[in-house]
Design a protein around this ligand. Structure first.
Ligand SMILES: Cc1ncc(COP(=O)(O)O)c(C=O)c1O
Length: 387
């Protein structure tokens, strides 16, 4: 077994969830997914496809119809992205892994902005890369980027820069000015950028298209930029395992080869559901985002009212990431919250060592009352002697 695999850390989020899964009395907010099922019209498209007998292999790069639908969707939010720059993948995490496999050799230097979803730092390590972390800085309950520190970290020796914005877990989002500076710098150093933009539509700032700033808005089609996307979050399709990549056109053929050797293709009935989801995005995404906005605005003020908690309204994503005063071990606190209060949160140190003492709460709850109940449990637990 390769050392790189043996040395991978197991997910600390799973460690907490395993301690509480199957317990009906636990209010679980540990995973990054909504508790709402995929809309019926999307499920119907998959059912229809299966009823027609679409049970065979498909193109490596995805159904032409879906690539075209993604091209139109992306081009409505950003400057035009032609379908020959798009590959359909088996989920966002598969999209990210494919990008890292395509770009990173063993021994290459990869820079990642952290805290971040642990899969993004594990993937380069699986490839045998050397990982350099650039940490966002906590200020009160929010995290901000030290742009100069990031630019200093990315040198001509850096093969790939990985940036997830809107960010899981912090909710931090890149500004357009920061994106401009990063892109200009990476052009100078010859560094590829992997933008994880799966939360771009889960954005709560007022903008004409309700979409977070994207590297696709400023890059030219042949820049060293790959952007990963997912159907999971904006279309309530976590279990379907469907996503996509945007890349320079001359990379797409190579990506098709790589998909052949990973998954061969995304399943056809899933892709049929994807076509309908993306063509009818207006029937799902604005409602989902509106509800998530209400979830955030319910949860965060309640948390802010707790004297031991520091938290800010996230600009994007589906998480409240908060600092618990006096907490020196997030994992221990998260496990005790499950055992002693029936509250399931993700430990901050699952996302970066510097987030020790923080906890992540996924606020994507159909029922706002569950969030209020969760805060009651946290308040009660904090009031206990020795909590
Ligand atoms: C930052 C980030 N990127 C990518 C993903 C991948 O999502 P999926 O594999 O469900 O498409 C997630 C899921 O939680 C995420 O948080």
């Amino acid at each position: 077994m390769r050392h790189a695999i043996q040395n991978l850390e197991e997910s600390r989020i799973r460690e907490v969830a395993n301690a509480g899964m199957g317990r009906s009395d636990v209010l679980a907010f540990w995973f990054g997914e909504s508790d709402e099922v995929t809309p019926q019209f999307i499920r119907d498209a998959a059912i229809e496809s299966l009823a027609k007998g679409e049970t065979f292999y498909a193109h490596n790069l995805g159904l032409p119809e879906l690539r075209e639908a993604v091209s139109q969707y992306t081009s409505a939010l950003h400057p035009k992205v032609a379908s020959n720059r798009i590959a359909i993948t088996s989920g966002g995490v598969n999209a990210l892994m494919l990008a890292v496999q395509a770009l990173v050799d063993a021994g290459d230097e990869v820079v990642a902005v952290t805290p971040v979803w642990p899969n993004l730092t594990a993937q380069p390590l699986i490839m045998g890369a050397r990982l350099k972390r650039v940490s966002l800085k906590p200020a009160g309950g929010a995290w901000t980027l030290d742009l100069q520190a990031l630019l200093d970290a990315v040198t001509p020796a850096t093969k790939l820069l990985i940036v997830n914005a809107p960010n899981n877990p912090t909710g931090w989002t890149l500004s357009r000015a920061e994106q401009d500076a990063i892109l200009a710098h990476c052009r100078r150093t010859g560094t590829w950028i992997l933008g994880d933009e799966v939360y771009e539509r889960l954005y709560y700032e007022e903008t004409p298209n309700r979409c977070a700033p994207s590297f696709l808005d400023i890059a030219s089609p042949d820049d060293r930029l790959v952007v990963a996307h997912s159907f999971s979050k904006s279309f309530l399709m976590t279990g379907w395992r469907l996503g996509w990549l945007v890349m320079p056109a001359d990379m797409t053929h190579q990506m098709g080869k790589l998909i052949e050797f990973n998954t061969s293709c995304a399943s056809v009935f899933t892709q049929r559901a994807g076509v309908v989801a993306i063509e009818r995005t207006e029937d799902v995404t604005p409602r989902v985002v509106g509800h998530l906005n209400a979830c955030r605005d319910t949860l965060v003020p309640l948390l802010q009212a707790l004297p031991q908690v520091q938290v800010e309204l996230a600009k994007g994503g589906m998480y409240a990431f908060f600092k618990l005063d006096g907490c020196t071990d997030s994992l221990d606190a998260a496990k005790r919250l499950v055992a002693e209060a029936g509250l399931g949160l993700a430990p901050g140190n699952a996302f970066a060592p510097e987030a020790q003492g923080w906890l992540r709460w996924c606020f994507a709850s159909k029922d706002l009352g569950r969030l209020e109940q969760g805060v009651d449990r946290l308040r009660g637990w904090l009031a206990r002697p020795g909590a």
